[in-house]
Design a protein around this ligand. Sequence first.
Ligand SMILES: Cc1ncc(COP(=O)(O)O)c(C=O)c1O
Length: 337
Amino acid sequence: MAGDIADLRSDTLTRPTPAMRRAMAEAEVGDDAYGEDPTVKALEEAYAERVGKQAALFVPSGTMANQLALRVLASAGTTVIAGRGSHVAAFEAAAAGTNTPAQLFTIDDTAGTVDPAEVAWLVEAAEHHWARPSLVCVENTHMLAGGAPWPLDRLRSLAAIGLPVHADGARLFNAVVATGTSASAYAEPCTTVWTALTKGLCAPIGSVLAGPADVIDEARTERQRMGGQLRQAGVLAAAGLVALDHMVDRLADDHARAALLAEAVAERWPDAGLDPATVRTNMVIFAHPEPGALIDHLAAHGVLAGTVAPRTMRLVTHHDVDDAHVERARRALASAP
Ligand SMILES: Cc1ncc(COP(=O)(O)O)c(C=O)c1O
């Protein structure tokens, strides 16, 4: 509890819960490459059902889920439209450059969404010698935009353009809890969607990618090509099932705590441009001229924080951050130089 460090660097720092560890120890397993791991199958079916898709695939990481979607859905000699600050475009060690024969074409996503009109324009531009887009990637919630969830009607407008949509739903359930939009409603306009069982949901390893059965079959083969074929992975999938069944509703606590942190930031730096009303999930991102000095000050008060871009601070709430941690962080922010 809060005697220890308040670690606000990332929700990837969460550790598996005692219930997960028990489920892992007791998991029934088999060779997943033979299709014989019942716990992996149960997880894939549970996620597919949750997002209303035909099939799902357990993968070691979110990065692999994004890269598989590129390999399966994007075609050679086309563009993949993605937000400039999206994980698939700006992070992942530029993996898209080696994993797809298509070319990323990035557009503005400062507020967390891409503009359907801009995407429609790019589709139309293909009739005027521009490269033809074959896929759009969205991120829901959008990490760099402060954990912003997509409005469902905007996602529907985007899908109505007719391109396949791939959703990086690393934190899909944060969006679900923040907006009240169901996971299946969010997934419906998208061809593929995945969610991290790690991060706020606390499982130690793994994400699940869902979509039409033929797309997921192909993704399974691509996963093998990438060296991601799994064997007795039921020990990991067991934690994932606990994550889906028991860790979603509590994300509301993380969101409430992030709102308190956002208030403290806005009070201390009214000119930093952070409107607490825009903090709807578990991320507080704000501009600061000297992040290093602020990080040192917070650390001296038992609070760990990080950066996500030059002069851009990030505070993240998660399962292992409690009210006392948040109170400590608020006081440390108030006294920051
Ligand atoms: C929005 C988003 N997408 C993808 C990823 C990649 O997930 P992983 O670290 O499991 O590869 C992350 C990781 O933090 C993320 O925040």
